[in-house]
Design a protein around this ligand. Structure first.
Ligand code: FES
Length: 122
Protein backbone atom coordinates (compact mmCIF):
# COMPACT_ATOMS: atom_id res chain seq x y z
CA UNK A 1 0.00 0.00 0.00
CA UNK A 2 1.28 3.44 -0.95
CA UNK A 3 2.07 5.58 2.05
CA UNK A 4 0.33 8.96 2.06
CA UNK A 5 2.84 11.77 2.56
CA UNK A 6 0.35 14.59 2.57
CA UNK A 7 -2.85 15.89 1.05
CA UNK A 8 -3.11 16.73 -2.62
CA UNK A 9 -4.71 20.08 -3.40
CA UNK A 10 -5.76 20.68 -7.00
CA UNK A 11 -6.29 24.25 -8.10
CA UNK A 12 -8.83 24.76 -10.88
CA UNK A 13 -9.18 25.84 -13.62
CA UNK A 14 -5.48 25.22 -14.34
CA UNK A 15 -5.33 21.81 -12.64
CA UNK A 16 -2.06 22.58 -10.86
CA UNK A 17 -1.45 20.54 -7.74
CA UNK A 18 0.52 20.67 -4.53
CA UNK A 19 1.04 18.01 -1.88
CA UNK A 20 0.95 19.61 1.55
CA UNK A 21 0.97 18.56 5.18
CA UNK A 22 -2.16 18.43 7.32
CA UNK A 23 -3.24 21.92 8.37
CA UNK A 24 -1.41 23.85 5.65
CA UNK A 25 -3.40 26.89 4.51
CA UNK A 26 -4.77 26.95 0.99
CA UNK A 27 -2.79 30.13 0.42
CA UNK A 28 0.47 28.33 1.23
CA UNK A 29 -0.63 25.39 -0.91
CA UNK A 30 -1.36 27.73 -3.83
CA UNK A 31 2.13 29.17 -3.65
CA UNK A 32 3.61 25.69 -3.59
CA UNK A 33 1.54 24.81 -6.67
CA UNK A 34 2.65 27.99 -8.47
CA UNK A 35 -0.87 29.40 -8.46
CA UNK A 36 -1.12 33.14 -7.92
CA UNK A 37 -3.71 34.33 -5.40
CA UNK A 38 -3.54 38.07 -4.87
CA UNK A 39 -3.55 39.32 -1.27
CA UNK A 40 -3.14 42.65 0.47
CA UNK A 41 -3.41 41.79 4.15
CA UNK A 42 -0.65 39.21 4.33
CA UNK A 43 -3.03 36.38 5.19
CA UNK A 44 -4.78 37.96 8.16
CA UNK A 45 -8.38 37.68 6.92
CA UNK A 46 -8.44 41.42 6.29
CA UNK A 47 -8.59 42.01 2.55
CA UNK A 48 -10.95 39.25 1.33
CA UNK A 49 -8.90 39.04 -1.87
CA UNK A 50 -8.03 35.37 -1.39
CA UNK A 51 -11.52 33.97 -1.83
CA UNK A 52 -11.69 30.54 -3.44
CA UNK A 53 -14.64 28.27 -4.14
CA UNK A 54 -14.91 24.73 -2.86
CA UNK A 55 -17.57 22.48 -4.29
CA UNK A 56 -19.73 20.51 -1.87
CA UNK A 57 -17.97 17.21 -2.55
CA UNK A 58 -14.71 18.67 -1.23
CA UNK A 59 -16.04 20.56 1.80
CA UNK A 60 -14.61 17.94 4.15
CA UNK A 61 -11.16 18.57 2.66
CA UNK A 62 -10.87 21.73 4.75
CA UNK A 63 -11.03 22.48 8.45
CA UNK A 64 -14.41 24.04 9.28
CA UNK A 65 -14.27 27.85 9.14
CA UNK A 66 -13.09 29.60 12.29
CA UNK A 67 -14.49 32.78 13.85
CA UNK A 68 -12.59 35.22 11.62
CA UNK A 69 -13.61 33.44 8.43
CA UNK A 70 -17.25 33.16 9.54
CA UNK A 71 -17.33 36.85 10.45
CA UNK A 72 -15.77 37.95 7.15
CA UNK A 73 -17.66 35.65 4.78
CA UNK A 74 -21.06 35.27 6.43
CA UNK A 75 -23.52 33.77 3.94
CA UNK A 76 -20.82 33.26 1.30
CA UNK A 77 -19.74 30.18 3.27
CA UNK A 78 -23.02 28.55 2.24
CA UNK A 79 -21.99 29.06 -1.40
CA UNK A 80 -18.70 27.24 -0.85
CA UNK A 81 -16.57 30.39 -0.67
CA UNK A 82 -13.57 30.18 1.67
CA UNK A 83 -10.62 32.41 2.46
CA UNK A 84 -7.46 30.71 1.20
CA UNK A 85 -5.42 32.32 3.97
CA UNK A 86 -7.66 30.86 6.70
CA UNK A 87 -8.80 27.53 5.28
CA UNK A 88 -6.59 24.66 6.41
CA UNK A 89 -6.21 21.50 4.36
CA UNK A 90 -7.54 18.38 6.10
CA UNK A 91 -7.83 16.01 3.13
CA UNK A 92 -7.37 15.79 -0.63
CA UNK A 93 -9.45 18.43 -2.35
CA UNK A 94 -10.01 20.56 -5.40
CA UNK A 95 -10.66 24.32 -5.26
CA UNK A 96 -11.48 26.97 -7.82
CA UNK A 97 -9.41 30.13 -7.79
CA UNK A 98 -10.54 33.42 -9.29
CA UNK A 99 -9.17 34.10 -12.72
CA UNK A 100 -6.30 36.57 -12.96
CA UNK A 101 -7.74 39.89 -14.30
CA UNK A 102 -5.20 40.10 -17.13
CA UNK A 103 -5.79 36.49 -18.15
CA UNK A 104 -9.54 37.13 -18.05
CA UNK A 105 -9.18 40.13 -20.37
CA UNK A 106 -7.07 38.11 -22.83
CA UNK A 107 -9.53 35.21 -22.68
CA UNK A 108 -12.49 37.52 -23.42
CA UNK A 109 -10.59 39.06 -26.34
CA UNK A 110 -9.80 35.64 -27.81
CA UNK A 111 -13.37 34.47 -27.37
CA UNK A 112 -14.68 37.61 -29.09
CA UNK A 113 -12.20 37.14 -31.95
CA UNK A 114 -13.37 33.53 -32.39
CA UNK A 115 -16.94 34.78 -32.64
CA UNK A 116 -15.84 37.50 -35.07
CA UNK A 117 -16.89 40.28 -32.72
CA UNK A 118 -15.20 43.48 -31.71
CA UNK A 119 -14.22 43.60 -28.04
CA UNK A 120 -14.75 46.92 -26.34
CA UNK A 121 -11.81 46.33 -24.00
CA UNK A 122 -9.19 46.85 -26.74
S1 FES B 1 -5.10 37.17 2.30
FE1 FES B 1 -6.32 38.83 2.88
S2 FES B 1 -8.16 37.88 3.50
FE2 FES B 1 -6.93 36.24 2.95
Amino acid sequence: MKRQKGWTVTFQPDGRTAVVTHGTSLLEASRKAGVSITTRCGGKAGCLMCKVKVTEEYTSGLRPPGDAEQRKLGGLLDEGIRLACQAAVWNDLSVYTPEDPLKAAVRRKLEAARRGEEDELW
